[in-house]
Write a protein that binds this ligand. Structure first.
Ligand SMILES: [Zn+2]
Length: 585
């Protein structure tokens, strides 16, 4: 990691010879700490495009030549942007103590913000067996057996990433897994966390038997004789999770930091953690206090932990002195997921007559707790996937904000907003509710989503353009670690609605595609706004916090497939270089 000297404004040069280099005289402008030049800077400091994607008249765009960058250089001092403009203008602010970086035509964007993450899980998963992309149960069991061979007997083996959506028609069970791995407790979380798969040893340690009461909104799968099969769904997942030993505070801090650094490597300078449990909240607070957060953390408290939320309601919304930790949101779940048929639909699932999913109180949604948090000044981010789940969530926000007008301006959000009834599209704008959507989900779900909802309802599914045209504020995110968090993949998915192989030609329901500008805004300007950070970040402008991402491909001008070969060259968080690609200069 690069260290550079901070040049304090007005510090007497006599005390520290090093600082003398920072100031060229009593009346001169103090020099910059960091100068980035020879770049293609898109400041995003122009107005939003129209809801059909047309760039604003002030945008650096014309229909003949397309997009062009609107600056080439930036100067940073004490964590803030002090200059945006030409190379010569920025270089004029450099002195002997300035780090000067030649960007070699790199593309500079406002720091990327992932508006829906599970960084704590990413940190855990970096230590776990990765089953992402594994096609069959047998293959997954082979991988676990290999890990078991290298792991002392009795130690837990944790894995993640098998796809509960793709495997929903033939869930795995404990038989083969227990046969091949009898001596280690094994718990394998699904890709999106809505299912968990265990062997006999883990079921025993978790105390899951034929007599275990099934939590509301959950399912313990059982065989014909009533024995648990080793697979639990939705709200029964914690039965297994809670049996796994918790990391110590030091382990938690190192997991979280490791995950945040992975995000820096992917160009992120901010993220919204969607559902923070108490031990992760403690970790964020410890790291913020040590000034060790390498990106801005917007923590959305887990409404599944009422004691935690009650404590914060008493304490009130909070932002750390350095601005790097903000706690002013709660994350709740209204329904399940579409793949595992937990999302609540207004009508039957097209591929399971008589079934409409599960939601509300029966899914563990604590209406009073979330309403109390909203009245106390917290933003509510409510997971809703099905059209019934979305409608009920909008109804809930409507009723709370009607009774408590002060809660109206809190930019409440529907997390996923995946299947929305045409009748509800305009309600997002009317209520000022953000649709927090994940471009990767559309391309990953396209193989089975229409089977679940049928040909009519699919028109309101993953319907970003329709939402925008209805006036809904949008933000984009990865929902990591469930999806690949590469910003290039996210931008590509938003722009093309094609998978990485380019299918389907033209994109899946291509009318819902975003323009490159909208895609970039969804990960910068709009996500900063959703995290109440628009005064500080989201655009590149003098006075803003120096959160900057440098890429080697231009999302405004490149042919979209070229994005998939893109790389991050440099990530700057609050003026600090937190990631720098080796050999990039
Ligand atoms: Zn999530």
């Amino acid at each position: 990691m690069t260290q550079f000297r901070l040049c304090a404004r007005g510090v007497a040069a006599v005390t520290l010879p090093l600082l003398a280099a920072c100031s060229s005289g009593p009346d001169a402008t103090p020099t910059a700490d960091l100068v980035l030049h020879h770049g293609r800077v898109y400041t995003l400091a122009w107005p939003d495009p129209s809801t059909d994607g047309r760039p604003s008249a002030q945008a650096p765009y014309d229909s003949a030549g397309g997009w062009r960058h609107d600056a080439t250089a930036i100067a940073v001092r004490e964590g803030r942007i002090v200059y945006v403009g030409t190379d010569s203008g920025a270089l004029a602010l450099s002195g002997p103590g300035t780090r000067v970086v030649d960007l070699a035509d790199g593309v500079v964007l406002p720091g990327l913000v992932d508006a829906h993450t599970h960084v704590a899980e990413l940190g855990e998963s970096l230590e776990r067996v990765n089953l992402t992309g594994v096609a069959t149960e047998a293959e997954a069991v082979n991988i676990i057996a290999e890990r078991a061979a290298k792991t002392p007997k009795g130690e837990w083996i944790l894995g993640y990433g098998w796809d509960e959506g793709a495997w929903a028609n033939r869930y795995p069970d404990k038989r083969l897994l227990s046969e091949r791995v009898p001596d280690h407790p094994v718990v394998l979380r699904s890709l999106h966390g809505f299912a968990s798969w265990a062997n006999t040893r883990a079921l025993a340690l978790a105390g899951i038997t034929r007599d275990t009461p099934v939590p509301n909104g959950g399912e313990i799968r059982k065989d014909a004789s009533g024995e648990p099969t080793g697979l639990v769904l939705n709200r029964a997942v914690p039965l297994l999770d809670n049996a796994v030993p918790r990391p110590t505070p030091a382990q938690r801090d190192s997991q979280v930091l490791r995950a945040l650094r992975v995000m820096n490597e992917s160009g992120y300078t901010g993220m919204h953690e969607a559902g923070v449990p108490p031990d992760v909240m403690d970790s964020f607070e410890r790291l913020a206090e040590r000034d060790a957060l390498p990106l801005r953390v917007y923590a959305m408290l887990s409404a599944r932990d009422s004691a935690l939320v009650r404590r914060w309601i008493a304490r009130g919304p909070f932002t750390s002195a350095n601005g790097m930790l903000s706690v002013r949101a709660v994350k709740a779940y209204y329904d399940g997921a579409l793949g595992s048929r937990g999302a609540q639909l207004l009508d039957d699932y097209a591929d399971r007559p008589g079934h409409r999913g599960v939601s509300g109180g029966s899914y563990g949604f604590d209406q009073r707790l979330v309403a109390d948090a909203m009245r106390a000044g917290f933003q509510a981010g409510i997971h809703a996937i099905g059209d019934a789940g979305n409608r009920a969530t909008l109804d809930f926000i409507d009723s709370v904000t009607r009774a408590a007008p002060s809660a109206r301006e809190l930019r409440h959000r529907v997390e996923h907003a995946q299947v929305v009834s045409p009748a509800d599209m305009a309600r997002f704008a009317a209520l000022g509710v953000i649709a927090s959507v994940q471009p990767p989900h559309a391309v990953e779900d396209k193989g089975w989503a229409e089977t679940r909802v049928g040909s009519e309802r699919i028109a309101g599914a993953y319907a970003w353009r329709t939402l925008r045209q209805a006036g809904a504020p949008l933000v984009f995110s990865s929902d990591l670690p469930g999806s690949d968090w590469s910003p290039f993949y996210g931008l590509y998915s938003a722009i093309t609605r094609q998978d990485t192989s380019g299918a389907p030609p033209g994109g899946w329901y291509p009318a819902q595609r975003m323009t490159p500008e909208e895609a970039v805004r969804g990960y910068t300007v709009w996500s900063a706004w959703a995290g109440f950070d628009e005064q500080e970040a989201g655009v590149i402008a003098v006075g803003k916090r120096a959160d900057i991402t440098v890429l080697d491909v231009d999302p405004f001008r490149a042919e979209p497939r070229a994005l998939l070969r893109g790389g991050v060259a440099l990530t700057v968080s609050r003026g600090r270089v937190v990631f720098e690609r080796e050999g990039s200069r």
